[in-house]
Design a protein around this ligand. Structure first.
Ligand code: AMP
Ligand code: MG
Length: 265
């Protein structure tokens, strides 16, 4: 089969699946499953057409084992925070707060919350922090502080019906640092209440270990081992969310059923 034919075939599958995804209910058609994966993960911003076509060909050979999910939505979250090379900053403060909402049925991104946050104590970002995260001083100056961002997030959760009692959503992070360490420590320092929905989450590394029997060091290794193209800039919160989302989708296609790996009492 020629590569041109493959590309045309997948463009059609993708279009068809987009149509189907509005029509089908709980039971997904195979075509929709594959195209959901293609849309989010496989049709990435890769500039290497040859490897892209190779990946498309690989998708044909890998049937999805997507299972019925317990949760309706996965909320992929990845904070960036003030930092300095080899020095522990105290208090460390969140400077980027992204959440990507993935529909557990269609595996599509339904909505995104993304806000840069102004730090209160270490107001000036270090050159190291800017180099690591790509966040420059202008991107945090004049932005809301954490307490206002938490209020905006709450409104976004409300608007997205994520606070409805019948809707089940699960936060997904890479490691436990974001919700076990970063948010609680900053909230304690500034005496801010932590919303109840942050009391459980899925650490994607645990999901990865369950599916592959390998405990990963980090996001880049998971992408590599799953043969997923990295998107955007590593340590940009919003790009990290998209990449973690792609890992999650691949694990779901391999039969993983999303569940919390951590529950606070
Ligand atoms: P990540 O989610 O891996 O992008 O990292 C989240 C945050 O952890 C960053 O915004 C930094 O505050 C901190 N961090 C990550 N890597 C380093 C590093 N090599 N040195 C110091 N801080 C880091
Ligand atoms: Mg990050």
């Amino acid at each position: 089969m020629s590569t041109l034919y493959l590309e045309l075939f997948f463009k059609n599958v993708h279009r068809c699946a987009l149509r189907n995804s509005f029509l089908c209910s709980r039971g997904l058609t195979e075509i929709t499953r594959r195209a959901a994966r293609l849309q989010f993960s496989r049709f990435s911003t890769s500039s290497c057409l040859t490897s892209k076509k190779r990946k498309m060909a690989k998708v044909v050979q890998t049937p999805s084992k997507l299972k019925e999910q317990i949760y309706d939505y996965f909320l992929v979250l990845d904070f960036e925070a003030t930092c300095e090379e080899n020095i522990k900053i105290h208090p460390q403060e969140i400077i980027e707060f992204p959440v990507v909402k993935i529909n557990a049925r269609t595996l599509q991104v339904d909505s995104t919350f993304h806000q840069y946050v102004q730090p209160r104590v270490h107001k000036q970002l270090t050159p190291f922090c800017t180099q690591l995260t790509g966040i420059i001083q202008d991107m945090v100056d004049g932005q809301p502080h954490l307490e206002d961002v938490l209020l905006s997030l709450d409104q976004w959760m409300l608007d997205n019906k994520l606070l409805d009692p019948e809707v089940k959503s699960l936060f997904v992070t890479c490691g436990d640092w974001d919700l076990k360490t970063m948010l609680p420590s900053q909230s304690e320092y500034f005496n801010l209440p932590v919303p109840k929905y942050f009391s459980e989450w899925l650490n994607i590394k645990k999901a990865f270990a369950e599916v592959t029997s390998t405990y990963p060091h980090g996001m880049m290794q998971m992408l590599q081992l799953l043969n997923i193209q990295h998107q955007g800039r590593h340590h940009s919160g919003i790009d990290d969310c998209k990449n973690i989302g792609n890992i999650l989708i691949e694990l779901l296609h391999r039969g993983y059923v999303g569940k919390p790996s951590w529950k606070k009492r």
